[in-house]
Write a protein that binds this ligand. Structure first.
Ligand SMILES: O=P(O)(O)OC[C@H]1O[C@H](OP(=O)(O)OP(=O)(O)O)[C@H](O)[C@@H]1O
Length: 146
């Protein structure tokens, strides 16, 4: 990575609100926050889209700035649950970078739609909704990581 983009809370919040505006109201019943990066955007989208059904799925890949093997650290139990009717889920991420995380998740959920606040070119095509494009060689520091 050649450059660093350090985001403050206000900039990130505004971007999340713009993301909410391009997602059709009532198209989705539930959000799946891909942790950890999807947690804050999912909180903002859940308010703006008035969606109260929230699940998390935990995937880890980056250690410092190096991407290693992907690990499922927490499954999305609700998506398999017989306790609720099948729902229309929107997966939420802070960033699609190489696209490896989304490709990994699409093995399990091939038709899932993804909303990512920030998108880099390599992964952008995997995402249905995003609002901020950044160059591939920029490393982003999100406010909760600082
Ligand atoms: O498109 P990719 O190249 O796969 O990169 C994107 C992923 O990397 C970050 O997660 P990270 O692995 O750093 O875990 P974290 O969300 O717990 O910080 C980010 O939140 C995405 O999940």
């Amino acid at each position: 990575m050649t450059e660093k983009l350090v985001l403050d809370w206000q900039t990130f919040h505004k971007a999340c609100k713009r993301l909410a505006q391009i997602i059709p109201l009532e198209k989705y019943d539930g959000l799946v926050a891909v942790t950890r990066g999807g947690l804050v955007p999912a909180a903002i989208l859940s308010n703006d889209l008035d969606i109260r059904l929230i699940e998390t799925i935990g995937v880890q890949s980056y250690q410092q700035q190096q991407q290693g093997d992907l690990q499922l650290v927490k499954p999305a139990y609700l998506l398999e649950s017989e306790l609720i009717e099948p729902q229309r889920w929107l997966f939420v991420e802070d960033l699609v970078d190489s696209g490896c995380t989304i490709k990994f998740l699409k093995q399990f959920y091939p038709r899932a739609d993804f909303a990512c606040v920030y998108a880099k070119p390599q992964g952008a095509e995997l995402v249905k909704y995003s609002v901020e494009q950044v160059a591939q060689d920029i490393w982003i520091d999100f406010p909760w990581e600082i």
